[in-house]
Design a protein around this ligand. Structure first.
Ligand code: 4AD
Ligand code: MG
Length: 447
C-alpha cells in the first residue's frame, strides 16, 4: 500500500506513489484527460487521469465524479510548475481511485459566483472553498503565534470568567442572563479586571477567550462574539506597554509570513507590505492626530469625507478618522493620550492633564484601524472609587477590584487585541465576517 500523505508535504514525494484522502473540489475534462482538484484539509492538489492509462470504467467514474464527493486517490507525484492548487506546482497522475461517498443531487455552493447572504447561510459549506480555508488557516496560525510569544516571554495564562457580575467596557453593550438567586449575570466584555487581580499573584498574565458585546453597530469591523487576547503587566507604564505591543504584533506577523505564505499568496496579499511590520512602530498623540485630521479635512474636496471627518476635541475616533490616519503610515501606528471622557473608567490620568488618559490604541495600516486598545490603569484607590461613582457603576460589584489598590498597588498596564480584526488586516480582506468560522452578527446567529 502506498503511504497516505497530506497535500502540504507533497514536495517530499516526487516520483513516488501516494494516497490522498479528501474531497473533490472541482472537476474538468479535456479530451482523454480528466482533471480533479482535490482538497484534503491541508491544501488543494490537481489529480490527472489519462484515458489510455487506467481501467476505462474507472476513468468514467473519475470523469463524472460529482463536486464534493469524498474520495481516496492513489497516484504518482509529479512536479509541474503549471499545476494549479495550494501550494500548486505538483500533480498526481492517478493510478487508483476509490469513492467513499458520491454526492447525489446538486451541491449548494457550485463553482459560480454566489451572493454573500447565500454564502453566509451556507457557512458550514463555505469554509471548504480555498479563500475561506486560507483565511481560517491564517487565523489558527495567528492564535498559535499569540500564545507562543506570550508563553515565551514570561506571561502566565489565566482563564477569566465568562459569566460576570459587572461591566468592564461600559454598560451599554452587555448581554444579561438570569443567574439563579444571584440576579443578573453578564457575558464578559473583557477579562481585564480579573487580570488586574492576577498580576499581583503572577506579575505578567494573559487571558484569551470569547468576548461578547451587544453592539448595535452593523459595520465591517464589529462582531457580537469575538476573540480577544488580553495581556496585563505589573510594574509597567504606558511606554512599557507600547514596547510590548510592538514586539508582540511584529512576532505575529512574521510568524504568519513564515508559516502561511501560500495561504496569503492565494488571497492575493502583497507580502512586501507585511514584511515591513517590524518594531518599532510610530507613535502619535491624540492631539497631534486630531490636528492632522483637521488638516486633511481642510484640504479635501470631497464633501462626504469632510462630513465624516467632522470631530471635536474630546470625541473618540471613529473608523473614518482611523482610516485616514493609517494612510499616513506604512506600519501600525500607536495613538496615545485620548480624552478621558472618551474612554473607560479605569484609565490612569495623564500627569498634570486630568482630561487626558494614559490610553493607547494601535491602528493597523491600509485603513484597517484599531486592532488593540489598552492603557495604564488607575493605581490609586480613592481616584478609582471616584471614577466608579462618576460612571454610575455598581460599587458593590467592584469591591474586590478596589481592594487591589489597597494591598500592594503598583503602576500597571495592559491591552486587548481583537483576533478577528487582526486576521482581516493580515489577510487583507474587507469584512470581519470571514475571519471567524461561524460569525455572530447583529442579524445573524445561523448556522
Ligand atoms: O478597545 P477594547 O474595547 O478594549 C478592552 O476591552 C480592554 N478591556 C482591553 C484591555 O485593555 N485588556 O477592545 C480591544 C480590542 C479592540 O481593539 C478590537 O480589536 C477588538 O478588541 N474589538 C472587537 N472586535 C470585533 N468586534 C467587536 N465588536 C469588537 N470590539 C472590540
Ligand atoms: Mg477600543
Amino acid at each position: 500500500m502506498p503511504p497516505v500523505i497530506q497535500t502540504r508535504e507533497i514536495a517530499d514525494y516526487v516520483g513516488q506513489e501516494v494516497i490522498i484522502r479528501g474531497w473533490v473540489y472541482n472537476r474538468t475534462h479535456k479530451g482523454k484527460l480528466a482533471f480533479l482538484l482535490v482538497r484534503d484539509g491541508y491544501g488543494f492538489v490537481q489529480c490527472v487521469a489519462f484515458k489510455g492509462e487506467i481501467d476505462p470504467e474507472l476513468f468514467e467514474t473519475i470523469a463524472h465524479i460529482p463536486q464534493e464527493s469524498s474520495v481516496l486517490v492513489t497516484g504518482t507525484v509529479r512536479a509541474d510548475r503549471r499545476a494549479p492548487g495550494l501550494p500548486g506546482g505538483f500533480e498526481l497522475g492517478i493510478t487508483g481511485f476509490e469513492v467513499v461517498q458520491a454526492v447525489v443531487g446538486e451541491y449548494p455552493i457550485s463553482l459560480k459566483e454566489h451572493g454573500v447572504d447565500f454564502l453566509a447561510d451556507h457557512r458550514h459549506l463555505w469554509i471548504r472553498v480555498p479563500s475561506q480555508w486560507a483565511i481560517l488557516r491564517v487565523r489558527s496560525t495567528i492564535i498559535s503565534a499569540i500564545r507562543e510569544w506570550l508563553d515565551n516571554n514570561g506571561f502566565t495564562l489565566m482563564d477569566t470568567p465568562i459569566l460576570t457580575p459587572a461591566a468592564c467596557e461600559g454598560t451599554t453593550t452587555l448581554f444579561g442572563t438570569e443567574y439563579f438567586d444571584e440576579g443578573t449575570a453578564y457575558l464578559a466584555q473583557s477579562g481585564q479586571l480579573y487580570n488586574e487581580a492576577n498580576i499581583f499573584a503572577f506579575s505578567k498574565v494573559y487571558c484569551f477567550g470569547p468576548t461578547f458585546r451587544a453592539e448595535k453597530s452593523k459595520t465591517r469591523r464589529h462582531l457580537i462574539e469575538f476573540w480577544m487576547v488580553e495581556p496585563e503587566m505589573a510594574f509597567c507604564d504606558l511606554d512599557g506597554l507600547m514596547e510590548i505591543e510592538e514586539q508582540f504584533i511584529s512576532h505575529i506577523v512574521q510568524r504568519v509570513l513564515r508559516d502561511c505564505r501560500n495561504e496569503l499568496l492565494s488571497l492575493g496579499r502583497d507580502l512586501s507590505v507585511l514584511e515591513q511590520i517590524v518594531a518599532p512602530f510610530p507613535r502619535i498623540s491624540y492631539d497631534d492626530a486630531l490636528a492632522k485630521l483637521t488638516e486633511i479635512r481642510a484640504e479635501t474636496d470631497d464633501p462626504e469625507l469632510k462630513e465624516r471627518l467632522n470631530i471635536q476635541w474630546g470625541d473618540d475616533f471613529g473608523s473614518p478618522h482611523e482610516t485616514e490616519l493609517t494612510k499616513l503610515f506604512e506600519k501600525p501606528v500607536f495613538v496615545y493620550g485620548y480624552p478621558t471622557g472618551a474612554k473607560a473608567f479605569y484609565m490612569e490620568p495623564w500627569p498634570g492633564r486630568p482630561d487626558v488618559s494614559k490610553s493607547v490604541d494601535l491602528l493597523a495600516p491600509e485603513g484597517y484601524g484599531e486592532i488593540t486598545g489598552g492603557s495604564e490603569r488607575i493605581s490609586d484607590p480613592d481616584l478609582l472609587l471616584e471614577r466608579i461613582r462618576e460612571h454610575e457603576l455598581p460599587e458593590d460589584a467592584f469591591r474586590w477590584y478596589i481592594d487591589l489598590r489597597r494591598y500592594g498597588s503598583v503602576p500597571h498596564s495592559g491591552f486587548g487585541l481583537g483576533v478577528e480584526r487582526t486576521v482581516a488586516w493580515i489577510c487583507g480582506i474587507d469584512h470581519i465576517r470571514e475571519t471567524i468560522p461561524y460569525p455572530r452578527l447583529i442579524n445573524r446567529v445561523y448556522p
